[in-house]
Ligand binder design. Structure first.
Ligand code: NI
Length: 185
């Protein structure tokens, strides 16, 4: 297994629309294992292939505190949406930024697992939110797209400044909340 580099906003590669997964082979298995390792290491509770510059419709998620409930979602399709929930979201590709986004509270999902088997399942709460957030990544969309232009511009400038400081060896300030307080995906 290997850690993959997570692309960060405003990297234009995050705007790529992912293609369906058609080959359920060993290479896909390796990619999935790498994505879990990268997500756990970040640490995060979800990761879309787009975020590691692989433009296939593949998502990994684990919201469990023990990090032992891995969920692999391939070629996802939302069949039904119910209700509305506003959640403070964070994203591994927009580090240190958290803001409220409104999404469906419950979804019914059809997808394939890592062996290509089709499944249908209902999700709610943070899992439903996380899946919708990751599915946006597959469309080249980020949670900051739901915020005002002004906010998004502020976020872009802040992240670019932090990246520049990191590159010049200066200590990054405001490195974000302590691990576990808020979750990114
Ligand atoms: Ni994200």
């Amino acid at each position: 297994m290997a850690l993959r580099t997570i692309l960060e906003y405003p990297d234009p590669r995050l705007r790529t629309r992912a293609q369906p997964v058609t080959r359920f082979d060993a290479a896909l298995g390796t990619l999935i294992d790498d994505m879990f390792e990268t997500m756990y290491g970040a640490p995060g509770i979800g990761l879309a292939a787009t975020q590691v510059d692989v433009h296939q419709r593949l998502i990994v998620i684990d919201i469990s505190p023990e990090r032992n409930q891995p969920l692999t979602i391939i070629n996802p399709q939302i069949l039904t949406r119910e209700g509305e929930a506003s959640t403070e979201e964070g994203c591994l590709s927009v580090p240190g930024i958290f803001d409220e986004v409104k999404r469906a509270a419950k979804i019914r999902l059809r997808a394939q697992d890592r062996d290509g088997n089709l499944f249908e399942r209902d999700f709610e709460d943070i899992l439903a939110v996380c899946i919708q957030h990751e599915m946006d990544h597959l469309e080249g969309k980020l949670f900051v797209d739901y915020l005002s232009d002004l906010k998004r511009e502020r976020i872009r400038k802040k992240l670019e400044k932090e990246r520049k400081e990191r590159a010049t060896g200066a200590t990054a300030t405001g490195a974000g909340p302590p691990a576990g307080a808020r979750r990114a995906y």
